[in-house]
Design a protein around this ligand. Structure first.
Ligand SMILES: Nc1ncnc2c1ncn2[C@@H]1O[C@H](COP(=O)(O)OP(=O)(O)OP(=O)(O)O)[C@@H](O)[C@H]1O
Length: 239
């Protein structure tokens, strides 16, 4: 079953077509990675799916409902949760309070207390619960923000370059974290540059290039495609 269907979507900024007639399906229960060289249109497509931009043309379905005209908050209510590229935790507040803010809409009382503990444990932040979020390492801040996105118990978790600025160890831990959410049934769509990370987590991959779908399938199949290697892999190391 498809959870997200992007149908013939384009996005133009003045004379520039950032996303051009894209069809993309994210199946329920999969980890799907969106890859491609700089400027390929990945972040734009991501923002179209979460409703931060309206498409110039085309439609977007979530769980078979047409959400093309819906605002981001309505998409969140349907079960989407997003983590943008730069961490945006409340740095001047303790870790626990960041989690509490994220949970306040969904639960209260004893249930909230249980959820706080579950999330802190999942993110490996139990020891750091009273630290100011701004005092955490960059990787831990990214995890805290992923935890805040998870507080909504989304059906679809959308992550834009979740490993940006992370050490290889932090990147690996992030991959294991994503795999554990997915094992619990969550669908995950990730924009990512780091191919080792994509290999660690992706069940299916879509390659964007110059705003168009260039290839899709398993990472193994895509890596055997010479053209993908030329347009993407040759450049990714320079990123
Ligand atoms: N708000 C905007 N206004 C005008 N042009 C934009 C806007 N957002 C993106 N673009 C342009 O659209 C194209 C695609 O950009 P986008 O950020 O989606 O690519 P990307 O694949 O995410 O790149 P990167 O890997 O560098 O983040 C680029 O040419 C970019 O300059």
């Amino acid at each position: 079953m498809s959870l997200v269907e992007v149908k013939g979507v384009s996005k133009r900024f003045g004379g520039l077509t950032a996303v051009s007639d894209v069809d993309l399906t994210v199946k329920a229960g999969e980890v799907h990675c969106l890859i491609g060289p700089n400027g390929a249109g990945k972040s734009t497509l991501f923002k179209l799916i979460v409703g931060l931009f309206p498409p110039t043309s085309g439609s977007i379905l979530f769980d078979s409902a047409d959400i093309t005209a819906e605002r981001p908050y309505a998409r969140v209510q349907r079960g989407m949760s997003i983590k943008m590229q730069a961490p945006s935790v409340f740095k001047e507040l303790p870790v626990l309070q960041n989690i509490q803010i994220a949970l306040q809409e969904r639960c209260s009382g004893a249930e909230r207390a249980r959820e706080e503990e579950r999330l802190l444990d999942l993110l490996n932040l139990t020891q750091d619960r009273d630290k100011m979020a701004g005092a955490l390492s960059h990787g831990q801040q990214q995890w805290l923000e992923i935890g805040m996105a998870l507080a909504l118990r989304p059906r679809l978790l959308l992550l834009d370059e979740p490993t940006a600025g992370m050490s290889p160890e932090e990147t690996f831990k992030t991959g294991e974290l994503i795999k554990s959410f997915n094992a619990g049934g969550m669908t995950v769509l990730v924009v990512e540059h780091d191919m080792a990370f994509v290999r660690q987590i992706a069940q299916r991959v879509t390659v964007l290039h110059l705003g168009k779908i260039f290839a899709r399938g398993s990472l193994e199949a895509i890596l055997q495609d010479q053209q993908v290697a030329e347009i993407y892999l040759g450049k990714t190391h320079a990123h």
